[in-house]
Design a protein around this ligand. Structure first.
Ligand code: Q9C
Ligand code: ZN
Length: 679
């Protein structure tokens, strides 16, 4: 299996620059590239990547997407003087030519294709290309919005031709709408294009009607264009995560891409003068981490916008660090999407209902209440408790942002040891099946175990076998609690006993919020009343008399025969609750009568590595060798296995999730994805 992260950077792409005065274009500076690269060096990330050289994209490659006329105009600018360059530039909306622009744009295309080749050939698993000029506004016959050739669109077309790919996902997290990319693929069902963008009811550039949520694609491409317009500035981490949970991820997993390309603009990050949004650099680690769970990990990140140099470069570092497999930082800020974001999410889900099985039971009755489109809602959002503060405009605010980035990011980004996984291997048989990077630790001393356990579960001390397994679980857990490793696996003859002890021990050790996902039947129900434990119990039938309380949630779920309707539970419920809770340790346990398959459980592990700084304790009943192996792989960061043909969720299951959501969304706010039901 492929491993490693490619990094592509060529200093020559800093030679493209603005030669005259133009307040619209003067933010697209060469330092965007050089300062990002310097920051990567500073955090020692460059040396951990596989260096891949850029190359020039060929004319033939550019013509995959652009017209010969467009190519000729671009080519002709190489020998022009400043006056001529200015004249040609004026033919386009927000673009400038420099004599080196053509060469740089060809390098930007070539760099993107080198990245695709590195990933598709298996030389690396994923990677990032730092390129200028950017691409996503560029159209078949026009430069636009600082973009000459559409790097990502060419990369997608190239991957389709050269590798015969049938499904490519493009995620455009730049704060502007990549209308160029939309136009190129709007009739093409083999490319799923997702873009969120500052829109403000069409007031924000490029101010197009076709950037709204009802532009879903054309002809055979209907349903393969997803626009999520942001109608307010100030969107932050929770709004972006909600967009992933409730829009992108369910659709992306249903689509099941063979390759994921990111139009990676960081003008959607805090401090950016164009975007005016509030998302911090660490959110990009989470977005990257989610996308790494698709397409067997084949992920190509290609730079687009980003105009606040510090915010841009820190965000680039977060992205690359995550591609390398480092622990995902804990996200900052309150976890609740704002009303305007929820409204946009609800609208795009409704618009796509006809095209996606994951949305087939979506309630769209609210549509009748909207006399026309969303601009009527503009005034309706007055609930201050769920609204973000308005834009950052003052110098003071900018200084605050700078200081925040300076302090906050240093903490997160300074060399953290890569994820290490601890295990005590009981059965010799399983040892050779586990990844080599797993560190085997010694079991805890029996007397120590007895002393520890008797403090909260006195009865357990009597059984020798139980004590033995607790000894190995506690040894692993201690390595996690003391931050010597990130993740760990413990085998146990009785998962529910081990989990009960693990939870109590972690809380006693000082962890304030421990999330436990328990799959299967269980005997001991730990006390969750103090709120320091949040239990999500996934089992076939509700077991205890304990009804749903704030901190004990029973998710009665039996995987269908077809096998992957678990997505709706994961994205629609488990992840939103988990992110709302902001745990600092995750315990995932699999007991008897597990109601989920191995793939579902692996996915759960892969996704939950995004939480609690990737600290996870896995407790697995020791009869399950195959499961152990899959879980170990997921813990060390191997990509989630393929799910095969998409099986839609049943109405009954979707309904179940909806009921839970209605019941719990006041408490766990990331569950919100529609504006009715008491918000
Ligand atoms: N009144 C990228 O981020 N702004 N391009 C034009 C005209 C152009 C952004 C404003 C912004 C282009 C790649
Ligand atoms: Zn942009």
């Amino acid at each position: 299996m492929a491993s490693g992260t490619a990094l592509i950077y060529d200093e020559e792409m800093t030679t493209h620059k603005l030669l005259w005065n133009d307040p619209i274009c003067d933010i697209e500076v060469p330092e965007r590239l050089s300062s990002s690269y310097e920051q990567l060096k500073c955090y020692h990330l460059v040396e951990r990547c596989v260096r891949v050289p850029a190359r020039e994209g060929s004319e033939e490659e550019i013509l995959l997407v652009h017209s010969p006329e467009h190519l000729e105009v671009a080519k002709s600018t190489q020998t022009m003087d400043e006056e001529e360059l200015k004249r040609v530039s004026a033919n386009y909306d927000a673009f400038f030519f420099h004599p080196s622009t053509y060469r740089c744009a060809r390098l930007a295309v070539g760099a993107s294709l080198q990245l695709v080749d590195s990933v598709m050939s298996g030389k690396v698993c994923n990677g990032m290309a730092l390129v200028r000029p950017p691409g996503h506004h560029s159209q078949r016959s026009a430069a636009n919005g600082f973009c000459l050739f559409n790097n990502v669109a060419i990369a997608a077309e190239y991957a389709k031709r050269k590798y015969g790919l049938q499904r490519i996902l493009i995620v455009d997290w730049d704060v502007h709408h990549g209308q160029g990319t939309q136009y190129i693929f709007e009739e093409d069902p083999s490319v799923l294009y997702f873009s969120w963008h500052r829109y403000e009811h069409q007031k924000f550039w490029p101010s197009l009607k076709e950037s709204d949520y009802d532009a879903v694609g054309l002809g055979r491409g209907k349903g393969s264009n997803i626009n999520l317009p942001w109608n307010k500035v100030g969107m932050g981490n929770s709004d972006y995560l909600a967009a992933f949970f409730h829009v992108l991820l369910p659709m992306a997993f249903e689509f099941d891409p063979e390759l994921v390309l990111v139009s990676s603009g960081y003008d959607s990050g805090i401090g950016d003068p164009e975007g005016q949004m509030n998302a911090t650099p660490d959110v990009f680690a989470h977005l990257t981490h989610f996308l790494m769970q698709l397409a067997n990990g084949k992920l190509c990140v290609i730079l687009e916008g980003g105009y606040h140099l510090k915010s841009l470069s820190e965000s680039v570092c977060m992205t690359v660090k995550t591609l390398l497999g480092d622990p995902v930082p804990q996200i900052s800020g309150e976890m609740a999407p704002c009303l305007s974001a929820i409204e946009s999410i609800q609208n795009v889900r409704a618009a796509h209902k006809p095209y996606w099985k994951c949305l087939m039971y979506e309630d769209t009755s609210f549509l009748q209440n909207l006399s026309t489109k969303s601009h009527l809602l503009e005034k309706a959002n007055t609930n201050p408790s769920t609204e973000h503060e308005s834009k950052i405009t003052s110098k003071d605010e900018m200084v605050k942002v700078e200081r925040f980035l300076e302090l906050h990011m240093k903490n997160i980004l300074f060399p953290v040891p890569p994820i290490k996984t601890a295990a005590t291997i009981e059965s010799k048989a399983s040892a050779h099946l586990l990844p080599l990077s797993i560190r085997v630790v010694k079991e805890m001393d029996m007397n120590e175990v007895k002393a520890l356990v008797s403090a909260f579960y006195a009865d357990l001390v009597k059984e020798e076998e139980t004590l033995l397994s607790l000894g190995s679980m506690l040894a692993v857990l201690d390595k996690i609690l003391t931050k010597q490793v990130c993740t760990g696996i413990a085998e146990s003859p009785t998962a529910s006993v081990s989990v009960a002890v693990a939870l109590r021990h972690s809380v006693r050790f000082g962890f304030q919020r421990v999330l436990c996902i328990f799959v299967g039947d269980r005997e001991i129900i730990p006390n969750t009343e103090d709120g320091r434990i949040l239990m999500i119990h996934v089992c076939e039938k509700q077991q205890s008399e304990k009804t749903n309380s704030k901190h004990y949630i029973s998710l009665n779920w039996k995987e269908g025969a077809e096998g992957n309707d678990f997505f709706s539970a994961v994205f629609g419920f488990i992840l939103p609750v988990a992110y709302s809770y902001q745990a600092n340790l995750t315990v995932i346990a699999v007991g008897p009568n597990k109601s989920l398959g191995i793939n579902e459980i692996s996915l759960l592990f892969g996704l939950l590595r995004g939480l609690a700084e990737s600290r996870i304790l896995a407790v697995i009943e020791n009869t399950e060798i195959n499961l152990m192996q899959s879980v170990a792989k997921a813990l060390v960061g191997d990509p989630t296995p393929d799910f095969g043909v998409y099986a839609p969720p049943t109405q009954e299951k979707v309904h179940k999730i909806k009921i839970l959501r209605d019941q719990l969304q006041q408490e766990w706010k990331m569950l919100q994805c529609s504006v009715k039901n008491g918000i």
